[in-house]
Write a protein that binds this ligand. Sequence first.
Ligand SMILES: Cc1cc2nc3c(=O)[nH]c(=O)nc-3n(C[C@H](O)[C@H](O)[C@H](O)COP(=O)(O)O)c2cc1C
Length: 320
Amino acid sequence: MRRTQVCNTLSIAHPILQAGLPWVSNPELVAAVSNAGGLGVLHPTAGLDVDGDLVANLQANIRRVQRLTSNPFGIALYLPNPRIEDMIEAATQDGVRIAITYGGSPALYTGTLKDHDIVVLHQVSTVRHARGAEAQGVDIVIAEGFEAGGLRGPDKVSTMVLVPQVATSISIPVIASGGVVDARGVVAARALGAQGVQMGTRFAATQECISHQNFKEAIVAAIDSGTVIVGGDRWPTRILRNGMALRMKEEGLSGPDNDFEAWEHELGMAMARPAMLDGNLEDGIAYTGAGTGLISEIVNVAEVFKELVDGGQALAKQLG
Ligand SMILES: Cc1cc2nc3c(=O)[nH]c(=O)nc-3n(C[C@H](O)[C@H](O)[C@H](O)COP(=O)(O)O)c2cc1C
């Protein structure tokens, strides 16, 4: 993949980002991605004990990444988190230079982050939100299509149609996210107008990731229809098709359809921990992207990059 403006803004060699995955974006994964020339992204919950302190965990993990790589890396910030300000303070104290914000309005903390010279990327799933992010001074927009794992926007716009519309609606760079798994996805994302890609599921199944071996093997075993959407029309959430997912799909959320508390209680991050980190795929839920059927091996991060970069170049040449 050729260098783009995103490479200059983030000081990275390849415009390939690893999504900040709750519980499993551990320092070793983040550093491996950054050392391969992409952007590793730490999640504050990575490896967090059930009764652990979120901010202390983030700080310890930032320092561990800094020991493992001298290349840039980012942190994922879930905007509604009650400890968001403490997390921003910890990140600025330790010299973090890049933040990926999601789950809330970019009006909230973009200014604060930029005051600390932090480059801000914001995740959106509609054109309207992309325009809003640009207006708030965000540097790069990540357009997350419906193929991506986890909680999706209620408008359910797929990557294929979201990315080009976002790219023509704003003048800041766009990163495509959702369903990008291999060199074909990378080349397609560029054709759609993205200046780079963000990948989650592919990295969750790498050797360096602390996601449980059962989760990694389930990603590899899954076929094209290996994920389902639960959470109804208001809180569509893409998870691995396991017994729990099918029960949830049948029963729906126990609260009313518009009830975020019901979503959090039944499909939120705490519910994903047992499956993704502890490997209990029978009783837990596992956020997984629709591209899971394209992943056939658990390899290391360097091998993923080799396929994306060399394969992407060969494919672009072949297409002319
Ligand atoms: C294990 C896992 C956990 C995720 N958790 C969240 C989340 O809590 N919130 C969110 O907005 N996106 C979440 N995502 C989506 C990622 O941020 C990213 O957009 C997505 O992984 C890209 O699509 P892909 O999985 O097809 O690569 C998650 C994805 C995975 C695979």
